[in-house]
Design a protein around this ligand. Structure first.
Ligand SMILES: NC(=O)c1ccc[n+]([C@@H]2O[C@H](COP(=O)([O-])OP(=O)(O)OC[C@H]3O[C@@H](n4cnc5c(N)ncnc54)[C@H](O)[C@@H]3O)[C@@H](O)[C@H]2O)c1
Ligand SMILES: O=C(O)[C@H](O)[C@H](O)COP(=O)(O)O
Length: 384
């Protein structure tokens, strides 16, 4: 059996050698010739999968080691009887940690002693948005949920949902919808010129869903006007050929790496390995946990003199500080359009190992209940 796979899927050999021969291909440049004689295709978000790639090939199963599926023509795969699986939720925790770290930086630069004074509007309350809502509520933030498809499906039985217009009144708005162009609630350019005009300079807009959910040209225009909001973008229109002027206008700019914790990536591989094994009727023998190395930093101790908020911010940023990725992306925006696109992909391909908060044991000497609860809410393991 031949498995053609994006070379950026980690641990390909560890998970798939027993199943078949692996051919590694650059995902961004995968062609019909690369996959013609394959039985299985494993991709990430950068490979459009549909008739153009697969017609006339032997492929009978496609797996994407990602949450998003907007790069896959799922309907066409079904019509052709080709098995398909994504990795829902695999890197949700990583994205949540990115948002928490962005929030901590925002609170600090706004001079807020307690970040949880902020209200947060979460748009798209699925795996990522739902996990974020739970964490923020435990941390004492005021959270508003906007998810019209869920509101319609769940009715009064579900949580309290608000309209997009209400969510846009929060201090912070965090976008976690998929990219959709059809249906009753399409998200393509959901934040257009008129909705962006509702935001003001005391607000922060974060997008770590899909770039096309915000009209990037309208956003660039809005950011050149008075009373513009602060913006943190992890996802962009036209990746990898993103707009360097927009990078220059936003507060925090990262190259679509919110979900790039090692844990998230390895879980993505594990989930498509499990799905393929089920599809082929093979036993599932391997687990993500067995491939996670010891983290470079495993313990952190705060003494009884530590201030809760400062300690929390420090611990969070030890695990992940988006400012490092921001600096790298800004530097990568020099050069020609081709060089910039290549540099964007290179930052993602060569992304350094980033571990989730759960990899760090935190000792809180003499800490009260509130401090312990806050650390646990973020996802740290406490050393008793
Ligand atoms: N930046 C990254 O590295 C990164 C990592 C993981 C996921 N993502 C993106 O984040 C998106 C969200 O991931 P997820 O796992 O939570 O997906 P999900 O499918 O679990 O949840 C998406 C939610 O959005 C809701 N939704 C759909 N249309 C909406 C609309 N018009 N308004 C408001 N809500 C709407 C859905 O009802 C659903 O509850 C993914 O589609 C993926 O594209 C990005
Ligand atoms: O949808 C997802 O899971 C994320 O956007 C993911 O982090 C994308 O990463 P990529 O496949 O582009 O490496």
């Amino acid at each position: 059996m031949l498995i053609v796979a994006d070379e950026n899927i980690p641990l390909l050999e560890s998970f798939f050698t027993d199943i078949g021969e692996i051919r590694r291909v650059a995902g961004r440049h995968m062609t019909a010739d690369d996959v013609r004689d394959a039985d299985v295709l494993l991709v990430r978000s950068v490979t459009p999968v549909g008739p153009e790639l697969l017609e006339g090939s032997r492929v009978r199963f496609v797996g994407t080691a990602t949450i998003g599926t907007d790069h896959v023509d799922v309907g066409w795969l079904k019509e052709q009887g080709i098995g398909f699986s994504a990795a829902p939720g695999c890197n949700a925790n990583s994205v949540v940690e990115y948002v928490l770290s962005v929030l901590s930086l925002h609170a600090e630069r706004c001079g807020l002693a307690d970040g949880n004074e902020l209200s947060v509007g979460i748009v798209g309350v699925g795996n990522v948005g739902g996990c974020l809502a739970g964490r923020l509520q435990r941390l004492g933030f005021k959270v508003r949920l906007c998810d019209p498809p869920r509101a319609e499906a769940e009715g009064p039985e579900g949580p309290e949902f608000t309209s997009l217009e209400e969510a846009l009144k929060c201090d912070v708005i965090s976008l976690h919808t998929p990219l959709t162009r059809e249906g009753s609630h399409p998200t393509y350019h959901m934040l257009d010129e008129s909705r962006l005009s509702l935001l003001g300079s005391n607000q922060l807009l974060i997008n770590s869903g899909r770039g096309e959910v915000i009209d990037n040209q309208a956003l660039k225009a809005r950011l050149s006007q008075a009373n513009a909001p602060s913006v943190a973008l992890d996802v962009w229109e036209n990746e990898p050929g993103i707009d360097p002027e927009l990078v220059g206008s936003v507060w925090l700019a990262t190259p679509h790496i919110a979900g790039y914790s090692l844990e998230g990536k390895v879980r993505g591989t594990e989930m498509i390995y499990q799905a393929l094994s089920h599809y082929l009727g093979l036993p599932v023998r391997k687990k993500a946990g067995q491939y996670l190395p010891e983290p470079p930093l495993s313990k952190l101790t705060f003494t009884a003199t530590a201030d809760e908020q400062k300690a929390l911010r420090t611990a969070l940023r030890v695990c992940y500080d988006p400012r490092t990725d921001d600096v790298k992306l800004r530097l990568a925006m020099r050069g020609s359009a081709d060089e910039r696109a290549e540099a964007f992909d290179a930052l993602r391909r060569d992304y350094p190992v980033r571990r989730e908060c759960s990899s760090l044991k935190v000792q809180l000497k003499g800490a009260g209940r509130s401090m312990q609860d806050s650390f646990k809410a973020v996802g740290f393991k406490l050393k008793i």
